[in-house]
Write a protein that binds this ligand. Structure first.
Ligand code: AMP
Ligand code: MG
Length: 424
């Protein structure tokens, strides 16, 4: 009886781990980094290793939320003249000699409302008269507590305002300053060395006339620099090596000495001049992943020194879209894990706007963009394959397409990974 024999690629790729399997193998090898102390001004984007605790109640006093007049609501009548007995600026107090119960007080936003008053009426609803000695209000319908940000309403002294493990954004910096935490314990930034490879690859600054037709500029290096700095890493070095085993070995050895994470680009496939796999082996590293059943990005190589499990090497294939995809799929979760953050990436549930034909043998991560008013439909971009960064730049992330024979119909659910720093 006749039967089909699939291409050799089938046997090869079915033996490769899936993305999920490869990622969990790698994450099992990631060491969480140590802590460092940094001044508040340098803490944005760092991972906090201490709880930030309120030293006082927040707000620390009954705070006027508006420029206006502090009043007692029980004594208000619309359009009735009230004597102004005090003026209270932000950071100041009423004159100690004045009798606050004899009238209302002019008060600034952020000033402490004296206990004699129970509401603030904004200036927009007030009319001063008698040369500023009296005021009337357009309404007497004022609730007790109006325009007062009550003492302790946000937090009580001793309360944790920002828990350890938080990735610090601008509001966290403001809160830390508000409670006097000027030095913060945070995770070290992962130090990263980047190695790009290839005889054909020239520095981005090479003049057009100095490029032979078969040369290209190094687009992956600066693209990865940008991605890595967006992830909160500290780039130690970026070297480019030609396809030569000795040069590759020297660069690899130095990068490993300098950094927690070495990211390489190109030179990991099955080509005769792809030296990185043999170089890492010769340097005594253990291969953790060599090839993953994904498209693009199949040749990914991940290795670790046998005698130093605090370091990791991630080898990405050279095609720019493969670099972009595998940096998202592997480098991003690894960096998060090094920082002690959850490695889970922000996959979104989306619906396909058109038919999608999967690769039956490899899970695909295709550049795509979110569309529709609610941005929950996804369409793939037209592209020329994993060398085509030009069309990929119009995408906003990656559509995850399972390895299966059946075509996915429009309206089917799928998962979508937003691009780091992308515009959704
Ligand atoms: P490789 O994985 O080394 O076989 O490279 C695959 C493809 O990616 C080749 O077409 C390379 O020219 C290209 N490539 C490799 N490195 C870079 C780079 N740094 N910038 C732009 N393209 C690259
Ligand atoms: Mg190459």
């Amino acid at each position: 009886m006749p039967y089909h024999i699939r291409m050799a690629d089938t046997y090869h790729t079915t033996a490769l781990p899936s993305y999920d399997e490869a990622l969990s193998k790698v994450l099992a090898r990631v060491a969480v980094l140590d802590e460092a102390s940094v001044p508040l001004g340098g803490a944005l984007g760092r991972v906090l290793c201490q709880d930030i605790v309120a030293d006082r109640d927040q707000p620390p006093f009954d705070r006027s939320a508006m420029d206006g007049y502090a009043v007692r609501v029980g004594e208000l009548a619309a359009d009735q003249q009230q004597p102004i007995v005090a003026t209270i600026p932000a950071g100041g107090v009423a004159d100690p000699g004045c009798d606050l119960t004899a009238g209302v007080a002019r008060i600034a936003t952020g000033a402490a409302v004296p206990g004699a008053y129970d509401a603030v009426i904004p200036v927009e609803q007030a009319n001063e008269s008698s040369g500023g000695q009296c005021v009337s209000f357009s309404t007497a319908d004022v609730k007790s507590g109006a325009c007062i940000h009550r003492h302790g309403a946000d937090a009580r002294a001793g309360q944790v305002l920002i828990p350890a493990g938080t990735l610090l954004g601008a509001p966290h910096i403001g809160i830390a300053a508000a409670v006097g935490a000027v030095m913060l314990t945070v995770k070290h930034r992962p130090s990263v060395s980047l190695i790009t490879t290839g005889d054909e690859v020239r520095p981005p600054a090479t003049a057009t006339n100095d490029l032979e037709a078969q040369h290209i500029r190094n687009s992956n290096g600066p693209m990865l620099d940008a991605l890595l700095s967006g992830l909160g890493t500290e780039l130690m070095d970026h070297v480019h090596v030609v396809d030569d085993p000795d040069a590759t070995r020297a660069a690899a050895q130095e990068a490993l000495t300098k950094s927690d994470l070495v990211v390489t680009v190109g030179g990991v496939s099955a080509g005769r001049r792809d030296y990185l796999p043999s170089v890492w082996e010769a340097l005594g590293l253990e291969t953790i992943v060599k090839g993953v059943a994904i498209q693009p990005g199949k040749p990914v190589l991940i290795a670790q020194p046998v005698d130093n499990c605090e370091k990791l090497v991630i080898g990405l294939p050279g095609n720019p879209v493969s670099v972009l995809a595998t940096a998202h799929l592997f480098v991003w979760p690894v960096v998060r894990a090094m920082l002690g953050l959850s490695p889970a990436l922000p996959w979104r549930r989306v619906w396909l706007s058109h038919e999608v034909k999967p690769n039956p043998r490899r899970e695909a991560f295709r550049p795509a963009r979110l569309i529709g008013d609610t941005r929950d439909q996804v369409e793939m971009i037209h592209w020329q394959g994993s060398g085509d960064l030009v069309h990929t730049s119009t995408s906003s992330g990656f559509l995850r397409i399972p390895a299966q024979e059946q075509t996915l119909q429009p309206g089917s659910q799928a998962r979508f990974l937003p691009m780091i720093g992308g515009d959704l």
